[in-house]
Each structure stands twice: as C-alpha cells, then as structure tokens.
Ligand binder design. Structure first.
Ligand SMILES: *[C@@H]1O[C@H](CO)[C@@H](O)[C@H](O)[C@H]1NC(C)=O
Ligand SMILES: *[C@@H]1O[C@H](CO)[C@@H](O)[C@H](O)[C@H]1NC(C)=O
Length: 545
C-alpha cells in the first residue's frame, strides 16, 4: 500500500510535472515565436545593412595625378613616349580631350581637394612656397573628408603641396587615413630632400632639409629609393591589405615627372638612340617608369579582386615645363602660362563600371579639374553635396553615359598680383565702358571662346619636342597688348587672335570676368617666415606654427 501510495504520488508528480513542462514548453514556444519575430525584424534590418557594403557599397576610386606632365607626353598622342599601361587603360576608358587643369601645382591640387576655383580659396597667386605660412583653408571639407562620410578608407601616397606650416594642414589631418610622401612641391627623387631656393627666397639662402613623411613622422627609411618606386610600392601594399567590402579611395600623387630630372638608369635604355636631347631623354625615362608604376598598381587591384569595382582617373596637374624636357606641342605655351599648353591636360577615366558604349571613346566635353570633387563624391560615391558652394560640376553622367557636360564656362584664373611693367600705359585695349581692367592677369573660357588678359611675360610661343623635326615658333607680344580672344574649338593652337574682330564677344567675356572678380576672396600670399628654416627643425622640413 505504502508502495502504491508512493507510486501514486510519484505518478501524480510525474503527471503534474509533465503538464507543467508542457505548459512551460508551450509558453516558451510562444515566447520564442515572439522573440524570433522581433529578432527576425532585427535580422532583416541588419541583413540589408550587412549586404549593403558588398552589393551596394560605392566603387573604389583611384585618382592618379602626374606632376608637370605635358600634353604631348603620353604614348597615344606621341609615340616617342613609352606609356603602354596608360595607353591601354585610356583605350579601355574615356579619353578627355577638352580637359583643363590649373597652370601650376598648388592651384590644381587645391581645386581637386575642394571643388572650388582659386578665387574662392585665396590661392590665386603662384604656389605655396616652402617658407610661406599658408595652406588650403582649414574650413574647406576636402575630397577625402567627404568620401570618409560615405564610408571610404582614404589613403594618399606622393606629393601634397597644399601647405604644411601647421600640422592641421597635413594630409592625415585633412581627411587621409594614411600618407607617405612629400609635403612640399618637389624634392630629390632619391634622397627626398629639398633645398629651398628660387622665388621668393633670396638666392643666397641654402635652406635644405629632409621632406618625407609616413603619416606625421619624418622618415629617411626610403633614402636612396626612387620616388616612383616608393609611391607605387606603398600603394600596392595598401591594396593588398585592403578589406574589399570597404570602399577604397587612393590618391596617388606621383612626384614624377617633375624636376629634378632623375631616373634609375634602366629606364633610359629604350631612349638611348631615339632621343638625343638629354633632358628630354631623362624625362622620357621618368615617364616610362611612372607608366610601369601605373601598371603595377592596376595589376595589384586586379590580383586582389578590387579592379572590377574601381573607377580610375588619371590626370596631369598642369602643362609640361618646356625648359625641363616636357612638351605640350602643338599647343601654345608652357607650365605657368594661361595658354592652352599651360592648362589643357592629359586626362582619362577608366573603369569596368563604365557602360559599354563609353569604353574606348574620346570625350570632347568641357571638363575641369574642379569637377572631380562633385563627380567623385556625388556621382561615384553617391554622397549628397551642396552644389551651390562649388565651382565644379558633377560630370559622372557625361563620363558614364555620354550626356553633355553641364559645364559651359570655365574660369581659368584671375590673379591680381601679376601686374604689367610700369612702362605700360594705363589704357587697355578693351571697351572703356567695361570695368574689368585687361591689365589684370586672367583667362576665361565660355563654350568655344577663350579670353586672356594681362601681362603675358614668358613662354608665349609654340615649342616642338626635341625628338621632332618641326621647328618651334617664337611669339613676340607687342608691349601693352593685354587682351586676346580665340575660338578654341576651331583654333586649339591659339594662332588667330580675334579680339579686334569680335568686340561683342570680348565685352561679354570681360563682363563675366567682372562677375567672378566681384565674388573673389582676397589673395593669401604671406611673406616667408624664418622659422620655416629646416636648420631650426633638426634638418627636416616641419611645421613651425
Ligand atoms: C613594378 O613591379 C616590378 C615587379 O615587382 C618591379 O620590378 C618594378 O620595380 C615595379 N615598378 C615600379 C615603378 O614600381
Ligand atoms: C549644406 O549646407 C548647409 C548650410 O551651409 C550645411 O548646414 C549643411 O551641413 C550642408 N550639407 C552637407 C550635406 O554638406
């Protein structure tokens, strides 16, 4: 009996606990369903989010800027130059045939980083010299800063030249996650030192220092290694270590093919018998080496599975220096001038993402270096922009689909600090009713027309490359002449000045210049500062404020 009772009690316990367990399971099931519904929604959300970087994340962007690279110095224009990699990339993409940059280094880089004309950054005059306390204004949101907002990793290798007197101005404080290269405008390609000479330094000064940095740190670890190799290796390293689900922005700012003319000997071989002129031969070797670097970089992108999703832009920063081996033939002028040889540049965009109808085409649409900022941020990365504050246009539809460029006008520059010699009369050749003085150094393009005003001091002719049998043509400019008008579409070489024949067009363009001038920021061109001397910073070019 006792055992029966025990058994009954046990059975009861068993039944009760089974019922309880079932109830509990049912409840738990209910809870679980509720939980899974909630977490289902959460998962659903995060699912979309997780897939976005791979499915919908913006393309990688590689921007390659060549330094002082002439219009006539790419293989597809001039077979004396060996640029098989650039030629191939360009032939697969869109060659920009009506593409403009600034005539010198700092201004082009300022426009690329800001999307603004010089008159809106205060950098209208000259470059930033090493000892000047000046830099790209810190209130500007730079291209890499904007791209970071879209989730990009941002890396830079090469030449900065947008000021360094304060650390706040340096690349890693202006939007780049990493930087390896030079802060100044040029330097020895092997030693990575720069002697501060030339304007605006007194010629007696010998300010020399190391200018090579990894991030904020000065380094001589690359001493003896050629700049193009250092830059290319660093870029390859970044590509190899990049997590490809994250969009990548690479700013490859070669020191090539800027002076000093230096290159490892092996790159001169193909030109030994072909180019007699020594400067031109070394320049061709530097170009050949830069082309090899571009080949290495694109190969790294392919090997690491990034290429199919990359937009690559190649651009020169200004016209070539005709006194340093470069050629802009058949265009007029040289680096620093407002003639086409100073501002019309080599450029192309290439990407597997371009529509098939665009691949292998030549675009004659008017495009300016300031256009990359809104094009890469708005067009490629898909980030919202306040267009009204910019001078650049988003030309992504032009590049990717062949739509007409939204740009019809291009202010090349207005530089109030380049003034005519005192022997010039105060009269101008323009209509006296106009208030834009043609004594002011300026140039503007409007559709087919280009006006140039002011004192054109040097390099006003047409300079044939050393390997050519065609003669150079000098240009004598009548003292006091201060306005030129060209139909660039019909006369890209700027041979036929039409300013006397088309007074209405001249006046229209002068009125446009006046409008730009009235909205211009004051020029910032500070005096040199003795504290910049590398001797005060352990033999290194460093910030001094
Ligand atoms: C390109 O890569 C090859 C092979 O690694 C290397 O020998 C060459 O120096 C590289 N060229 C440049 C310009 O970096
Ligand atoms: C657009 O401009 C306004 C006013 O200047 C500013 O407050 C806003 O942050 C800007 N938006 C973007 C996306 O940059």
């Amino acid at each position: 009996m006792a055992s029966f009772i025990r058994n009954r009690a046990f059975a009861l316990l068993l039944i009760t606990s089974t019922v309880l367990l079932l109830l509990l399971l049912a409840f738990e099931h209910h809870i679980q369903r509720a939980v899974s519904t909630v977490s289902g929604r959460v998962l659903g959300l995060s699912h979309t989010y997780i897939n976005q970087p791979t499915d919908k994340r913006p393309p990688h962007i590689v921007f390659i800027l060549a330094d002082d690279y002439g219009f006539n110095d790419i293989g597809y224009r001039n077979p004396a130059m060996r640029t098989p990699n650039l030629d191939y990339l360009a032939s697969e993409g869109v060659k920009l045939d009506n593409y403009y940059v600034q005539p010198i280094c700092t201004p082009s880089r300022a426009q690329l980083m800001s999307g603004k004309y010089q008159i809106h950054t205060g950098l209208q005059h000259s470059i930033i010299w090493p000892a000047q306390p000046n830099c790209l204004p810190l209130d500007i949101t730079t291209l890499p800063q904007k791209l970071k907002q879209a989730g990009y990793a941002t890396h830079m290798a090469g030449k900065w030249h947008l000021g360094f007197y304060k650390k706040e101005c340096w690349p890693t404080n202006r939007g780049f996650d990493s930087f390896l290269g030079i802060l100044l405008g040029k330097g020895d390609h092997f030693l990575h030192t720069e002697a501060g000479s030339g304007t605006p330094y007194p010629s007696t000064w010998k300010w020399e220092g190391l200018d090579f940095r990894d991030g904020l740190q000065s380094t001589n670890a690359y001493s003896g290694i050629y700049s193009t190799h250092v830059i290319s290796k660093r870029v390859e390293h970044i590509i190899e270590n990049h997590e490809k689900d994250k969009p990548l922005f690479l700013y490859v700012s070669f020191q090539a093919v800027h002076t000093p003319l230096q290159v490892p000997k092996s790159y001169l071989k193909p030109f030994e018998s072909e180019i007699k002129n020594k400067k031109r031969r070394i320049y061709a070797g530097m170009t050949y080496c830069m082309d090899e670097a571009v080949g290495n970089i694109t190969e790294a992108l392919k090997n690491h599975g990034l290429w199919d999703d990359t937009v690559l832009v190649f651009s020169s920063d200004n016209g070539g220096r005709i006194d340093s081996g470069a050629s802009n033939w058949p265009l007029r002028g040289s680096k620093t001038t407002l003639w086409e040889g100073g501002v019309r540049a080599v450029g192309f965009v290439t990407s597997p993402l371009l529509s098939d109808k665009m691949k292998g085409t030549v675009s004659r649409e008017l495009i300016d270096i300031s256009d990359w900022y809104p094009t890469l941020i708005g067009g490629v990365a898909g980030v919202t922009l306040n267009g009204s504050e910019l001078d650049g246009f988003n030309i992504w539809e032009t590049l990717s689909n062949g739509k007409p460029s939204p740009r019809v006008e291009l202010l090349h520059n207005i530089d109030p600090l380049i003034t005519p010699p005192s022997t010039w009369s105060n009269e101008t050749t323009a209509n006296p009713k106009n208030t834009f003085s043609t004594r002011t150094y300026a140039a503007l393009r409007h559709r087919d027309w280009k006006i140039i005003t002011g004192y054109q001091k040097v390099n006003n002719g047409w300079y044939s490359p050393a390997e050519s049998s065609e003669p150079s043509i000098a240009s004598e400019i009548k003292p006091g002449k201060s306005v030129w008008l060209f139909n660039i579409t019909n006369d890209p070489k700027e041979i036929h000045d039409l300013s006397d024949h088309e007074p209405k067009i001249v006046n229209f363009l002068l009125e446009r210049l006046k409008v730009y001038q009235s909205g211009a920021s004051p020029v910032r061109y500070p005096d040199i500062d003795m504290d910049a001397n590398p001797a005060r910073h352990g033999g290194v070019w460093d910030s001094w404020e």
